[in-house]
Design a protein around this ligand. Structure first.
Ligand code: ZN
Length: 276
């Protein structure tokens, strides 16, 4: 690990560009998404170090692999969603923004040990949301709205399936496991036992997914295509007709909800460490 910040930024840029290049090649990212991922990856590596960078890479790799699963069946979700399978810049920042700010805070205050559980919590929350979307989208059972339990079309914000919830817990656990291994690499587990870090991942993951669904079912903006008579998240429906506001807060789209839900990982991470 280079001693100087410039050296760490350079090495982080090199590694992030390599991973971002794979993301473009695998069609997991748009060019804007790649630029965002390189900035996020470089800053997390330079300010947080290897132990912070590895779980972020784990989030990205697992998300890209899961996204490619069952492409055919996920076409049905595309009728509702505003965006395609490739992550764009706003999606990358919604998922990686809070984590990047925590890494910057860790690097500039020297409180990395203190902030790491919050960072891992945020990462577990966004990973859980990605896993529950990608795996839950393959469920043979129609989703139910988290608030009223009414059956809703696949892809509807706030819709949950047992498979999706299971995937959320598994995604959080996975980040917990990677986080523990990264701590070992850094030789500084700081009093944390594996069970603490795994519990942190699972709790933050489930909390993140639940908050995401709750916000999705209540305040997230839903638009309406008057031509197809179909709820959508896109301003222009894929039929070409402009959609009109239907319910929720105007402008509070899926990306904004993802970002807000990721923040629940901070108290979740801090709570587990306080109880440990
Ligand atoms: Zn339409």
């Amino acid at each position: 690990m280079p001693e100087s910040l410039i050296g760490r930024l350079a090495l982080g840029l090199l590694l992030s560009a390599a991973i971002g290049g794979i993301g473009v090649w695998r069609q997991a990212l748009t060019w804007g998404g790649t630029a965002g991922a390189v900035v996020v990856g470089t800053l997390i590596f330079a300010f947080g170090g290897l132990a912070w960078a590895i779980p972020m890479v784990g989030f990205f790799v697992a998300g890209s692999v899961l996204s490619a699963l069952g492409r055919e069946r996920k076409r049905a979700l595309a009728a509702v969603a505003a965006k395609g399978a490739r992550r764009d810049l706003v999606q990358v920042l919604a998922n990686g923004g809070a984590a990047t700010v925590l890494a910057l805070a860790a690097g500039s205050t020297g409180k990395a040990t203190l902030l790491f559980p919050a960072y891992l919590g945020v990462l577990a929350a966004v990973t859980a949301d990605t896993w529950s979307t990608e795996i839950g989208g393959l469920s043979r059972h129609p989703p139910r709205l988290v608030t009223t339990l009414a059956v809703v079309p696949p892809g509807t914000s706030g819709g949950v399936t047992p498979l999706g919830l299971l995937a959320a817990g598994a995604g959080g656990l996975c980040i917990g496991a990677i986080g523990w291994l990264s701590l070992l690499l850094d030789a500084e587990p700081a009093g944390l036992k594996p069970v603490h870090v795994l519990a942190l991942g699972a709790l933050a993951g489930l909390a993140g997914s639940l908050v995401d669904s709750l916000l999705g079912a209540t305040v997230q903006e839903v638009r309406w295509c008057p031509v197809c008579r179909f709820a959508t998240e896109a301003a222009i429906h894929r039929c070409g007709a402009p959609s009109v506001p239907h319910r929720g807060w105007p402008g509070l789209n899926n990306d904004a909800v993802n970002f807000l839900a990721s923040l629940i990982g901070i108290p979740a991470g801090v709570l587990v460490v306080a109880l440990a």
